[in-house]
Design a protein around this ligand. Structure first.
Ligand SMILES: Nc1ncnc2c1ncn2[C@@H]1O[C@H](COP(=O)(O)OP(=O)(O)OP(=O)(O)O)[C@@H](O)[C@H]1O
Ligand SMILES: [Mg+2]
Ligand SMILES: [Zn+2]
Length: 509
C-alpha cells in the first residue's frame, strides 16, 4: 500500500513543495526515511512512531515502512516533516483515505504524546501555496497567525495528530484560521521605551526625529553616559506603524529564523541591536543552515550598532550591499539565498577610546594618534551612507531635572505627517523616502529658495563641503522642510541640515 501527501521545505524565505511518499511492504520490520534527510528528519521516525501510538492508532508492526521525500536532490532539514510522515503512515495503514490526504499540504513537528509543535517558516509555505497551488495548509496551532497573514491560502490550525486525522477524514472538520492583524498593527508596542524619559539632548532628539521622518541613517557620537543608547532605542517607536505588507515581510524573516514574538506575528517595527562581537554570518546571514542574520531581522525596522568602532570592520563593510540594494545575497556550496534587508541604520560611538575628546570640561587622555586610530576603525564606505551625524553632549543638571519632555506619540505624529508629504511627492517611484531620492532627481524634488542656494554655495566654497556631502545635506534639508510642511527647501532647512554633517568626534566634513 502506498500513499502520497505534501509538505514543504524552506530555503532563505522561499518554500519548495516536498512530496512525502509512504509505502508499506511485507518485508522485515523496518522504518526507513530516504531522500537526503538530515539528522533531525531521521529522528522523526521515533517521534512519529510514539505519536501514532499515543494518539489511539497502531503504528504498523511486522512490516517495512518506507518514506521517500522528493525531490531527493534537495536536502531536507528539521522536524517539519513529522506531521506529514505520520499522516502518510496512517493513510498507508488504512486509517485515512489517500485522496483526502493528497489534497492537503501539512507541516509540523510532533511531540511524543501526539501534540503538534510549531516549526520555522510556516508563512513562507503559505505564501508558496498562495502563488499557484491553492491546496489548504495544515499548520501547528502555534504557527496559525503568521500563516494566516498570507491571504491567498486556507490555513487550518491543528493541535494534535488526532485532530489532523479527524479533520482529514471529515469526522470532525476544523475551522480555518481567520486572523485579522489590523488591530495589532495600529497599536503602538506597550513595551517600547518612550522619548519622554530622555531629558535635554534637544539637538539629538531633533536629529532622530528627522532621521525617522526621512528614513535617513544616523550616527550618534558622544561621551559615555550621555544617553546615546537610550535615544537609539526609542527610534523604532517614532517610525510609522507597519503596513500589512511590511508586517508580512518582517514576519516572514522572523518566521524562517525561528524568532517570532509570542503574539505570533511581527506587529511593530523590529529593533535589532547586535553585540559588537557578532560574526559575519550573524550579521549578514548564512551559516550552515542559511538563516537570516541581524540585517534581515531588522528588515522594515532599525538596525542599531552600538559602540560602532568595536565591530569587526569587514563584518560591518558587508552591510554595504543591503544598504544599497535592500537585500542580502549569499552564495554557498549548499545554497544561494536572497533575504530582504531594508532597515534604518543607527550607530553610536564615543569620540575616542576614553570617550572625552572634544567634550567641554572633559579631559581626554588619548594622544592625537590614538584618537585618529580609534576613528579610523569606522568603515569609511559605511560612514558615507549615513546622512545624519550628531554629537550628543553630556546632560546638564538642569535638563535632567527640567520639565517633562515630549512623548514618542507626539513626535510620531510629526513623523507621520512628513511621511505623508513624501508619499504624495513620490507616488509611484522605486523609492518612498527622502533618504533614497536618486542623485539625478534631487534638483526636481528639492526646489531651493535663494537663501537655501546661498547656504549650500557657502558651505561648498568656503567650508569644504564635498559634492557627495552636498547631496546628503539636500536630502536632509528636504526632510526638515517636510517636517515644517513646506514644499520649498528654504535657507533655514539647509542651515539646520548642515549641523548634522560633523565627522565622528566633531571635526567638520
Ligand atoms: N538625557 C538623559 N535623560 C535621562 N537619563 C539619561 C540621559 N542620558 C543618560 N541618562 C541615564 O544614563 C544612563 C546611561 O545612558 P546611555 O547608556 O544611553 O549612555 P551612552 O551615551 O550610550 O553611554 P556609553 O557611551 O557609555 O554607551 C541611562 O540608562 C539613563 O539612566
Ligand atoms: Mg551606550
Ligand atoms: Zn580620549
Amino acid at each position: 500500500m502506498s500513499t502520497r501527501c505534501f509538505s514543504a521545505d524552506v530555503e532563505g524565505v522561499t518554500a519548495h513543495l516536498v512530496e512525502v511518499e509512504v509505502r508499506i511492504e511485507d518485508a522485515a520490520p523496518r522504518f526507513v526515511i530516504v531522500g537526503l534527510p538530515d539528522a533531525a528528519v531521521r529522528e522523526s521516525r521515533d517521534r512519529v512512531r510514539m505519536a501514532i501510538d499515543a494518539s489511539g492508532f497502531d503504528f504498523p508492526r511486522e512490516v517495512m515502512v518506507l518514506v521517500n521525500l522528493a525531490p531527493a536532490s534537495r536536502r531536507k532539514v528539521g522536524p517539519v516533516y513529522d506531521l506529514p510522515i505520520a499522516l502518510g503512515v496512517l493513510s498507508a495503514a488504512g486509517f485515512l483515505a489517500a485522496d483526502r490526504l493528497s489534497s492537503h499540504v501539512a507541516i509540523g513537528e510532533l511531540a511524543l504524546d501526539g501534540r503538534v509543535r510549531p516549526v520555522r517558516g510556516a508563512l513562507a509555505v503559505a505564501s508558496r501555496l498562495a502563488n499557484g497551488d491553492h491546496r489548504p495548509l495544515l499548520v501547528p496551532v502555534g504557527n496559525a497567525r503568521e500563516a494566516a497573514l498570507c491571504r491567498g491560502t486556507r490555513v487550518v490550525p491543528v493541535r494534535s495528530l488526532a485532530e489532523a486525522v479527524g479533520h482529514l477524514s471529515g469526522q470532525s472538520p476544523l475551522p480555518a484560521e481567520s486572523f485579522d492583524p489590523s488591530s495589532l498593527l495600529a497599536a503602538a508596542d506597550p513595551e517600547q521605551e518612550d522619548l519622554a524619559d530622555v531629558h535635554g539632548q534637544h539637538l539629538a532628539r531633533r536629529a532622530i526625529e528627522i532621521a525617522a521622518a526621512g528614513g535617513h541613517h544616523l550616527l550618534l557620537v558622544g561621551p559615555p553616559g550621555a544617553g546615546k543608547t537610550m535615544l537609539a532605542r526609542r527610534i523604532a517607536g517614532i517610525l510609522p506603524p507597519l503596513t500589512p505588507e511590511e508586517a508580512l515581510e518582517a514576519t516572514l524573516v522572523h518566521s524562517v529564523a525561528g524568532e517570532l514574538p509570542a503574539r505570533g506575528i511581527v506587529a511593530t517595527r523590529p529593533f535589532r541591536a547586535p553585540h559588537h562581537s557578532i560574526s559575519m554570518a550573524g550579521l549578514i546571514g548564512g551559516g550552515p543552515a542559511g538563516r537570516p542574520g541581524e540585517a534581515s531581522l531588522a528588515h522594515q525596522g532599525v538596525l542599531f550598532l552600538d559602540e560602532l568602532p568595536e565591530f569587526d570592520r569587514r563584518t560591518v563593510d558587508a552591510l554595504r550591499q543591503p544598504l544599497e540594494e535592500g537585500r542580502v545575497r549569499i552564495s554557498r556550496v549548499r545554497y544561494a539565498l536572497h533575504l530582504p534587508s531594508r532597515f534604518e541604520l543607527v550607530a553610536a560611538m564615543n569620540p575616542c577610546r576614553c570617550g572625552m575628546f572634544g567634550v567641554p570640561d572633559g579631559e581626554c587622555r588619548c594622544t592625537p594618534i590614538q584618537v585618529a586610530a580609534y576613528r579610523s576603525r569606522v568603515s569609511g564606505p559605511l560612514l558615507d551612507r549615513i546622512d545624519i551625524r550628531v554629537e550628543v553632549g553630556r546632560v546638564r543638571y538642569r535638563d535632567l531635572h527640567g520639565a517633562r519632555e515630549e512623548s514618542s506619540a507626539d513626535v510620531r505624529r510629526r513623523v507621520l505627517a512628513a511621511r505623508e508629504a513624501q508619499a504624495a511627492r513620490y507616488p509611484c517611484t522605486t523609492w518612498s523616502t527622502n533618504a533614497a531620492i536618486p542623485g539625478k532627481r534631487l534638483a526636481e524634488h528639492c526646489p531651493l529658495d535663494s537663501a537655501g542656494r546661498e547656504a549650500l554655495r557657502t558651505a561648498m566654497d568656503r567650508f569644504g563641503l564635498t559634492a557627495r556631502g552636498h547631496d546628503r545635506v539636500l536630502r536632509v534639508a528636504r526632510t526638515i522642510a517636510d517636517l515644517s510642511g513646506r514644499e520649498t527647501v528654504t535657507g533655514d532647512s539647509v542651515a539646520e541640515a548642515l549641523l548634522y554633517r560633523g565627522q565622528p568626534g566633531g571635526s567638520p566634513g
